[in-house]
Design a protein around this ligand. Structure first.
Ligand SMILES: [Zn+2]
Length: 131
């Protein structure tokens, strides 16, 4: 999967740093083994079963910055479709396993993304999975 999802991008680091300063602890390289696949959320809260993905604007074709390359267009269209299909599989498998999933775009304000995650952990995601 190398290349399809870049890790430790600037927006991701900013979201993490704000979460940390708000007192939340998370896992960065956590693997969730599900039937037949392994999901690797960008930020994971295993005890709360909350998975966070910060989607890259190119790889995930955000509506604002997701420009399809002109060169080798068919190749890229196919590759990006495979990426999107894999993401849908992973998200569906996580949800089927009782996880909540938050997706944000890398162009979103990291502070707002972190605050949304903080809100979710306080108000929305049940704390029913002791570990
Ligand atoms: Zn974007």
């Amino acid at each position: 999967m190398k290349g399809n999802r870049s890790r430790n991008t600037r927006p991701e680091l900013k979201v993490r740093s704000r979460l940390h300063s708000l007192g939340f602890r998370y896992r960065v390289d956590y693997r969730v083994h599900l039937c037949g696949l392994t999901a690797r959320p960008d930020i994971a809260f295993p005890r709360r079963r909350l998975a966070v993905y910060i989607d890259g604007c190119f790889w995930h074709q955000c509506p604002i910055h997701g420009n399809m390359p002109v060169l080798n267009r068919e190749y890229w269209r196919h590759k990006l479709e495979l990426t999107a299909a894999r993401d849908r599989r992973h998200e569906a498998a996580l949800r089927a396993d009782g996880w909540s999933v938050i997706r944000a775009w890398e162009h979103e304000d990291p502070a707002e993304v972190a605050d949304l995650i903080a809100w979710a952990l306080k108000e929305w995601v049940p704390d029913v999975h002791p570990s």
